[in-house]
Structures are given as C-alpha cells and as structure tokens.
Design a protein around this ligand. Sequence first.
Ligand SMILES: [Zn+2]
Length: 275
Amino acid sequence: MKKRSILIHFLIFVSYLTAFSQQTTKDGLRKAIICLTYDDGLETQLSTAVPQLNDFNLKATFFLNSILGSSQSNKIGQTPESVLAWTNVALQGHELANHTLFHPCPENLGWNKTLAIDNYTVDQIIKEIEINNGMLSLLDPKRKSRSFAFPCNNILVEGKDYSKIIKEKGLITYARAGGDENSIITNFQSLNTMQVPSWHVFTNTTLEQLIAFAEKARQTKGMGVYQIHGVGGQVFEISSETHKAFLQYLKNHEDEYWVTTFSEAMNYISKKNPL
Ligand SMILES: [Zn+2]
C-alpha cells in the first residue's frame, strides 16, 4: 500500500515536470503559446492537416459544424466516413470543438437569407450549439467541456453579443473570435476568454508570414492563435508544403513555443494568470 502511494506521488511529480517543461524554456521562462485551430471540418484537414500534425506529434483544435453530411455510399445506413475520421482525430489527442450546426453568417457575406444570422434568434443559435455539443460528445466522449468559434467571426445575434449567454448557460467554456496578423495576445489578465482573438489565415499565405506571426508571439511571450481553413485545397487554402514546413519550424523551435490545443492553452492562462 505504501509502495503504491509512493509510486502515485512519483507519477504525479513526473507529470508535473513534463507539463512544466512543455510550458517553459530551458531557462525556466514561459514559452510563447501557439494554438493551431482549423475551421469547418474540411476534407483537406482530414486528408492533409491531421496526418502532418500527427507526423510532428503536434496537437490542434478543430471547430466542427454539421459533419454528418450525406454518405456517398449506396448501402443503406452507411455511416458517413467523416464520423469515423473525426472520432479518430479525437482519439489521437486533438480537440474537437463547437462551430454551431449550420454555420449561420451575415447576409452581406453572401449567405442565403433563410440561414443568414441576421434572421436568427438567440434561442435558435443556442439550440444549434446545444445540438452540436451533443454530437461532439458522441464523437469524443472523453471531453466534458467545449470551446467554440463564432461562424464568420460574428458575435452578434438579434444585435446582441451572445458570447456571454452561451458561457452563462454552461454550454461553452472558451470562445475564439476573429482578428488579423497583429492579433497576438499579450495581456492574459485582461483577455476576454469568450472572445479570444485569432488570425484568420487567408488564401496563399506564405511560410514567412506564418512564421512572422509566431515570432511576434515569441517576442512578447504571448499567445498566437491561427485560424486555418483549407490545407492543400478548399477555402482560404494554404499549400500542403507551406503547412508542413510551418509545423517543421514549430518543431525545430520547441524550446520557444508551446504548441497546444485551444482549451488547454486557455485553461493554463486563465488559471495561472502568468502575466
Ligand atoms: Zn467557419
């Protein structure tokens, strides 16, 4: 019994050391935090981004909406391939997070009037988030709380900021909003954890631009959140080679960057308030 207790304490100590070394440099200083987040459950994320992340043993966050699309199979009741694929992504240690069910966006961004957020009620968006939470819990039963990303980075429904409502209802723990290539988080204490800025990476962003954002986070010992879509195809595409080279860069600079999931980073900064 005593031996077991010593062993348990030893294991807790080892896991503490491992976590500490992930978050701090050799000199004991805090590393910059990098979150790689991917939106919309795109096919090229499954075919390209996930295998590359796994090759470098880097964990990322995937904001998913309506992945239960119709199956291409002619067999009755065939499970959509994406269900199995995203279940495996969760088992590989990545985070599956909420991006609503139907991805409603403002009509002026080209959305059909029927499903444009301009015509939504707060109740409607809450139902979508609840249903998607339920679906994600079936794909990824281990995770008990969910992060969220606002579709098209829009935080308004019926003219109201709904970020607080979904937090108060206990649906969402942290939420990611939009931003640009200067949206580095430098002051963790004043950060609104329901509107965490991110850089919406646009089509044909280069390796140098991806690195420049990470370096801004490194110089300030802050946090940089990437908002990525297609990898090697699809919307806001960055090339497969650029993506891979960027992961290689992060891996080569492991002593300066802590690359982790959005929820893990937010748990760390909101509990410790290290700045
Ligand atoms: Zn989206």
